[in-house]
Design a protein around this ligand. Structure first.
Ligand code: GP9
Ligand code: MN
Length: 685
């Protein structure tokens, strides 16, 4: 029997055998960690499959290094690599437990930050079973030392080692190909560290993160205080004075920013089979106390939602590639809306979103922006059927947000990010009571159905605000973040717009999104000024009467009289009331006709182009160089990220404390009685 066993097990006494055993064990334990310690959200067979196999290619590569060495050394190297690799898992397990995110080299470099950020001591978050990641190593070492496994001292052929290396790269490429087919833009758009680990693995994440950190710190290191000079000079030339008939009119009111996912301007007043797609938003849009802008453009690039958020709350542009929130949100210094409002006007600040907090790196970025609270997936009750796509369905999201909103000391600044109207516009039958369009384009046709659902959710939320007594003392801002129908759907877009075909100019106009500000007593109407997401923050601060004459903001108050109405698109194209430059072509904005320019016209267009290029590149410089660390506006204190936690328990305790102290929450005002939230969401019946 013993002999039989020995014979069966003799393969581990070869170098290759031991190598495969080591890797096999490492693979298993990584997978166990994936399943038990991280919430990677692998959905469907492709993602499950990638999650299962993704530890292998990198393990072959890294452990394979040992195969290039001789005799005993090779064995000990394998063990050393194993210790290092396991420590990487171990450290990530601990970090994830506290931050729901993976370690980044940027964070480790500024390691005081990690210390500061750890709410609890390491001992408190470490569990005995975490040390299991080292068990296989201990067992292997014991087996080697006791000669149960014998070291194979025969020389190992270089070409075998090389084959393993080549194989590992091959597998990695295959893995990356599959991952990118399932989630395009995985590395270029950089959504979420969880996605990189889920699709590619912990090692690949480490490599990618090291690359990003290197890029980021190189630009940061080469920047210095004098770089701020050109930014300040530009801003000085471009500052406009606020409109006196609006300045400070909404002082002290609560602010709701309602992020309407993928919502385009063309949906306003749009009808399908004679029925309005968005009756509630239409009413809101036309209300006499709503300021609505009908030449307001989204200015996002690859960072989509995150670019919109960056512009809206910082008046800084998103980056030409990737997402500034993901790459720079954790490390950079910001002077964002939540920080400004809480410091200068005593606002409570909170963000609400029904997705995981790591998406777009919100959990870190929001701290940098000064958000005191971030209510994300773990704050919401999740039952089967409550979610679709990225997260909670809008009706359920708004309803469940209400109980947190009621507890916020007033005045508050609350941003609610919706989700259901997101590509691929899926919604179950029970929630679909609106006809799809009939362009024949499957991605486009259900868009109006999810938009209609979003509109109903918005309507229910407005009804609730009225009941809770929050409608009258709040300024309610609603905006669409970016297009829902991309330019790849020209024929369908033409049909939706009732045209025979669409030009590039039409497509630029199709980038309009709604921007509306409502408040009791506000002088409303439809304003035709040309502007975009970059202009929101100065507009809101002026309405709230919060001084912002020395802040670093690239937009201009949309209500100001002499504003520059040239709207930059992220790729350097632009549109203004007179000319639009799209690709190489200049169009007359009033007629949409392509122009061949006179010398005088060319001069004007060049000047506009110059303005656009300058503001985009200066804004990029601010982010790449982390220039705000060199400049602090008067009355502003640098945000201390370590003072915030978004973990459910401590955050709720903090909120309860604040409520007790300030006694200004809607709940307190309503004598502790929760306002009933009415929704027709079928899931809640
Ligand atoms: C996910 C959501 C979607 O949390 O905000 O982002 P998007 O795909 O629209 O950029
Ligand atoms: Mn979006």
């Amino acid at each position: 029997m013993a002999n039989f066993f020995k014979r069966r097990m003799s393969w581990v006494n070869t170098r290759m055998g031991f190598f495969l055993l080591t890797i096999g064990l490492f693979w298993v334990k990584t997978y166990i960690a994936y399943q038990t310690e991280f919430t990677l959200g692998a959905k469907g067979s492709v993602q499950q499959f990638l999650l299962l196999i993704n530890p292998l290619p990198a393990a072959l590569l890294v452990f394979g290094i040992a195969l290039y060495f001789r005799g005993r050394l090779a064995y000990w190297l394998m063990m050393i690599i194993n210790v290092l690799e396991s420590t990487w898992i171990f450290a990530n397990v601990l970090y994830y437990r506290e931050f729901s995110d993976f370690l980044s080299f940027g964070i480790m470099k500024g390691s005081s930050d990690v210390g500061n950020n750890l709410g609890k001591s390491l001992a408190q978050i470490t569990h005995v079973y975490d040390f299991f990641v080292y068990v296989d190593i201990i067992v292997l070492i014991i087996l080697l030392v006791t000669h149960v496994i014998r070291i194979d001292a025969r020389p190992f052929k270089r070409r075998y080692a090389l084959s393993i290396t080549v194989l590992s790269f091959g597998l990695m490429f295959a893995e990356f190909g599959m991952a990118n087919a399932d989630r395009s833009g995985l590395l270029t758009r950089t959504f979420d560290n969880n996605y990189i680990v889920k699709y590619l693995g912990l090692n690949e994440y480490a490599a990618f993160n090291a690359y990003q950190t290197q890029k980021e710190s190189a630009t940061r290191a080469s920047a210095n205080a004098s770089d701020m000079k050109s930014v300040l000079k530009y801003l000085k030339q471009n500052r406009v004075s606020p409109n006196v008939s609006y300045y400070g009119k909404e002082k002290g009111k609560n602010v709701f920013v309602i992020h309407l996912e993928s919502f385009q301007q063309f949906l306003i007043d749009y009808k399908v089979n004679g029925k309005e797609v968005t009756p509630n938003l239409n009413k809101f849009y036309h209300n006499q106390n709503t300021l609505s802008f009908d030449n307001f453009y989204n200015q996002v690039a690859q960072g989509k939602t995150s670019d919109a958020e960056m512009m809206l709350e910082n008046s800084l542009f998103g980056l030409p590639q990737g997402s500034a929130m993901t790459t720079y949100g954790t490390q950079n210094t910001f002077q964002a809306a939540p920080a400004i409002l809480s410091q200068q006007a005593g606002y409570t600040t909170a963000a609400f979103h029904g997705d995981v907090p790591s998406f777009w790196n919100r959990d870190n970025t929001y701290k940098s922006w000064g958000y005191q609270y971030f209510f994300s997936s773990s704050y919401y009750t999740e039952k089967s059927g409550y979610s679709v796509g990225y997260g909670l369905k809008d009706k359920i999201f708004f309803k469940q947000s209400a109980k947190y909103i009621e507890q916020l000391p007033q005045p508050f600044y609350a941003k609610l990010i919706t989700l259901t109207n997101h590509y691929p516009y899926e919604l179950d039958k029970k929630n679909t009571d609106f006809p799809a369009t009939k362009t024949g384009d499957k991605t486009v046709d259900p868009y109006v159905q999810t938009a209609h659902y979003l509109d109903q959710a918005f309507g229910e939320f407005m009804t609730y605000l009225k009941k809770a007594g929050l409608y009258k003392n709040s300024m309610i801002v609603a905006y669409g973040d970016h297009y829902g129908i991309s330019n790849n759907h020209r024929p369908a877009i033409a049909q939706l717009l009732g045209k025979s075909k669409v030009t590039n100019f039409d497509l630029a106009q199709f980038q309009k999104v709604p921007f509306m500000i409502h408040a009791a007593g506000l002088k409303g109407g439809i304003n035709h000024t040309y502007g975009g997401e970059i202009d929101v923050l100065p507009t809101l601060l002026d309405l709230l009467g919060v001084k912002n004459t020395d802040t670093i903001q690239f937009g201009q108050d949309l209500l100001a009289k002499n504003r520059n109405q040239t709207v930059a698109f992220r790729n350097g194209n632009f549109i203004s009331p007179t000319y639009a430059k799209i690709g190489g072509t200049v169009y007359d904005t009033r007629t949409g006709k392509a122009l061949s320019l006179t010398t005088a016209q060319k001069k004007t267009v060049d000047k506009m182009q110059n303005h656009v290029t300058t503001e985009l590149s200066l804004s990029d410089r601010v982010i790449y160089g982390d220039l705000l660390r060199f400049y602090t506006p008067k009355n502003f204190t640098k945000v201390d990220k370590s003072s915030f936690t978004y973990k459910y328990k401590p955050a709720m305790e903090k909120l309860a404390e604040a409520e007790k102290k300030e006694k200004t929450s809607a709940l307190v005002k309503n004598k502790g009685k929760e306002t009933t939230y009415k929704t027709d969401a079928p899931e809640l019946k």
